[in-house]
Design a protein around this ligand. Sequence first.
Ligand code: ZN
Ligand code: ZN
Length: 156
Amino acid sequence: MGYSKEEKKAFLKAFIERKPVKCSKCKGKLKYIGGGYYECYDCGNKEVDDFGKIKDFIEEYGPSPAIVISEQTNIPIDLVNGMLREGRLEIPEGSDVYIECESCGCSIRFGRYCPDCIKKRTNNLNGVFFNPEMGEKPQKAPKKGDSGKFYFLDHH
Ligand SMILES: [Zn+2]
Ligand SMILES: [Zn+2]
């Protein structure tokens, strides 16, 4: 159920390979303008990467299980999951679908571990603020009985 180094590597490789590098209209160079969007230096055309596509989808249709996002955006499910695991994508408050802390299984909106488990692991409060794997717990826990919707960890 964990997220191995190999998976992380594969995710980053796939993400980088799929990232737009040239303007699709004039082949000009792109600059990153934030939110997964790139703008062409030459013609101003905008390109979007997988992160931007997923972010736009969630903004338009609300939080959705990874499998639905994957089907609607044509982005492989492993990449959708990887994006969540990397903390590149946050699940908004109020969702009844979250990812789980890999240590204690509680709900977190992004990252790999909840703040409590990070504290336990590092044994050092200072470490908490510098750990990129730390997620954030949602304000409200998801409703009980929705566990069938936890597709994020069950895609294998
Ligand atoms: Zn261009
Ligand atoms: Zn935890």
